[in-house]
Design a protein around this ligand. Sequence first.
Ligand code: FE
Length: 285
Amino acid sequence: MTLRPVKQTIPALETSDGAGVRIKRSIGQQQTIRMDPFLMLDEFGSDQPQDYIAGFPSHPHRGFETVTYMIEGHMLHEDHLGNRGNLKNGGVQWMTAGRGIVHSEMPQQESGRMRGFQLWLNLPAAEKMKPAGYRDLQPEDIPGFEVDGARLKLIAGEVTLGGVKMAGAVTGGSTQPLYIDLHLEPEGALSLPVEAALNAMLYLYEGNATLRHDEQAQPLAVATASILGDGDEIRVEAGPEGARLLLIAGRPINEPIVQYGPFVMNTRGEIEQTLKDFRDGRLTA
Ligand code: FE
């Protein structure tokens, strides 16, 4: 097996979105900074209510999926289909915007800490106009695995660990998304196969860790998308504080992307049609 190196780093930038929620955006901070099939990764984390309390009032999407992973906190999702979902500590919301969804994501807490991630996963042309869908995954729906020195929460995809194949809460999909929250103990290490055909990145969000490549240990920067190069395995080694990081991988779609805010299509013409549909109330019809 060949260990994947860090090929590019994208430090997250502080910005705000929705009605004024403070976030750190790594991929997606510019439309040229992406990792196919992923469009955007936002980290939110604050114990100051003014950083999150305004939430994300009603807004539309078309052409992709959003995956929200709440580490700590409580948000309520509501959409035009009538779905209501409580997203709490350790839960995940997997929303397929498809041809169109209008939803809101509002904090259900007035104090305390809110912490988590929102990932945007693109859909190929053939699936952009499929019906909208929504899945609410409670913490107990997300398989967790423990190995020596590490714990994994397998949100999406399949991984082989110690010769045993493990399945995440969400599997399949044309881009085979792999989404794992890795917790390493102090000085803990973990090797994982990550299929060579998948684009992959690591996002260290707490602690310190290095990525092993040949004789080198490449340091992973915190709050930074570390895009990985060729190979079919990763080995992460934590420092004295331990580490928490996301492993995100997927099969590239390799299609043109035209994004206009919350709409992600293949051509300008499709974006114009989407804006027209939204104006005419046909996004969700
Ligand atoms: Fe949204």
